[in-house]
Design a binder for this molecule. Structure first.
Ligand code: IPE
Ligand code: IPE
Ligand code: MG
Length: 247
């Protein structure tokens, strides 16, 4: 199945140096409005597209796919929209979890799940638990995630460990990363934002320090496996120097 998908997208797992792709899945609301549909229809189409793109990313050799689903700022939206977004994970995992498990995907969450409605947090934790033994694509969902919040929580956790004698003063970058929600993931290689906006909106600020950035005009529901392939092809043309000089 995996090879069939790989062939379909014309590439067989050769994206060795694009291990971690992060996507700001933007434009669901505008996509729906443009078709005379309620914004929530865009979120439903967007959530179905998570499955499509996760399968494509896996076939293209991506190992970690980190998707921005709900930010710490998205609480500002209407009660109806927030309510809809909080119910989506339950529909989503009911529809697709079995397939994800069959494909060996591991589901992991970043964000403060404790501040979500209890039923939403339960569904998300169950998805993590059920897939924790899998070693295939790490499908990471950022839910109630904000980078500033993550960094403040990390600083507080570190300070507490110092006070309790569990950590030394003066940790380095690698030491600090252990306090981040992404501690189990490598740095982001490629950050994609859909729907034409060119901003980061509080996403993975630490983790994208040396990521390549791509801003595509397609909205998230229109972001097809072919567009992902185009982004990965573009990534392959980039010259990543990490502050050094090209040999
Ligand atoms: C992204 O689409 C999904 C979330 C932020 C939850 P938007 O809902 O932001 O759609 P636009 O940007 O308003 O079109
Ligand atoms: C970023 O999109 C958050 C997610 C995709 C979940 P937003 O639509 O919330 O970002 P802004 O408000 O345009 O910066
Ligand atoms: Mg938006």
């Amino acid at each position: 199945m995996k090879n069939a998908n790989a062939l379909q997208y014309g590439i067989i797992c050769c994206m060795k140096n694009c291990e971690h792709v992060a996507i700001i899945m933007d434009g669901n609301g505008r996509w729906a409005t443009a078709q005379g549909l309620p914004r929530t229809a865009g979120h439903m189409a967007g959530s179905d597209n998570v499955r499509t793109i996760a399968i494509a990313a896996d076939a293209l050799g991506v190992k970690y796919l980190t998707l921005y689903a709900f930010s710490t700022e998205n609480w500002k939206r209407s009660k109806e929209e927030v309510g809809y977004l909080m119910n989506l994970p339950s529909f989503f995992f009911r529809k697709y979890m079995k397939e994800f498990l069959d494909r060996g995907f591991r589901i992991r969450m970043i964000g403060e799940l404790d501040d979500l409605p209890a039923a939403t947090a339960k569904v998300l934790r169950e998805a993590e638990e059920e897939s924790k033994k899998n070693s295939g694509l790490s499908l990471n969902i950022a839910m109630n995630y904000g980078s500033h919040r993550e960094l403040v929580l990390a600083a507080n956790a570190y300070a507490k460990d110092v006070l309790e004698g569990k950590a030394e003063l003066g940790i380095d970058e690698a030491g600090f990363e252990k306090y981040l929600m992404t501690k189990d993931f490598p740095p982001v290689d490629l950050l994609i934002r859909t729907s034409g906006e060119e901003r980061i909106s509080n996403y993975l600020l630490w983790q994208i320090a040396y990521a390549e950035l791509e801003f595509v005009p397609e909205s998230w529901p229109e972001f097809t496996p072919e567009v992902l392939k185009r982004c990965l092809d573009e990534y392959m043309t980039r010259d990543r120097r990490f502050g050094g000089v090209k040999q």
